[in-house]
Design a protein around this ligand. Sequence first.
Ligand code: ZN
Length: 250
Amino acid sequence: MDLGPDEVLERAAELIGGSTHATAFTGAGISVESGIPPFRGEDGVWSRLDPGFLDISFFREHPERSWPLIVETFYDVFRGAEPNAAHRSLAAMEARGLVEAVVTQNIDGLHRRAGSQRVIEFHGSSDRLVCTECGATVPASDDALSKLPPLCPGCSGVLRPDFVFFGEPIPEPASTMAFAEAEVADVFLLVGTTGMVQPASSIPVLAKANGAVIVEVNTEATAYTGTITDVFVPGPASRTLPRLEDLTSG
Ligand code: ZN
């Protein structure tokens, strides 16, 4: 039986409201309405820019060539971005005890800025820079990025963003924490993720195998929709998540 749009939202709200451990799992789609373009897909950043500068071996050999592209692709874009209604709704639902954690594939830091407390950054974060020589971390301030490549204030080693490059493993403890969510969650709320990036995309599949109900909020059907999704809520997250938040209150 197909449900109408309002019934779908009500069903999703019932599941989240009745859950004991709901985990949100987010991807690029949640930040698009904050002005951050997606990387994959037809209009994605990688359709016009070769991502080879994010290959870890290229970066190690040519940080002076990678860094200007890193700034242009990430820092210049993130600088003007603010959390949108979808980020804020997840933070509000966490504050009300309805969402236990956000596992995000995004490196833009917008979940934390929206007020989410338990954010598992599966691909790391652009907010910090790490020294490739001594491991020191410094905030990725405009000042730190004023001269490229940025150098460690302690040892003058080259700094790198604290996010995952191509060819690198997922950082700990984020990896262990994210997969642990797939063990304990009884509801997984997928938002703005198409399920194309491994190994992140396997987390909801594992959650489903462990008995979680899958609620998916996406503008269009994805690899998850016909396979593991139980309730598909179509539409932009900035519109549907505030409605879910409303329906779960009171
Ligand atoms: Zn250093």
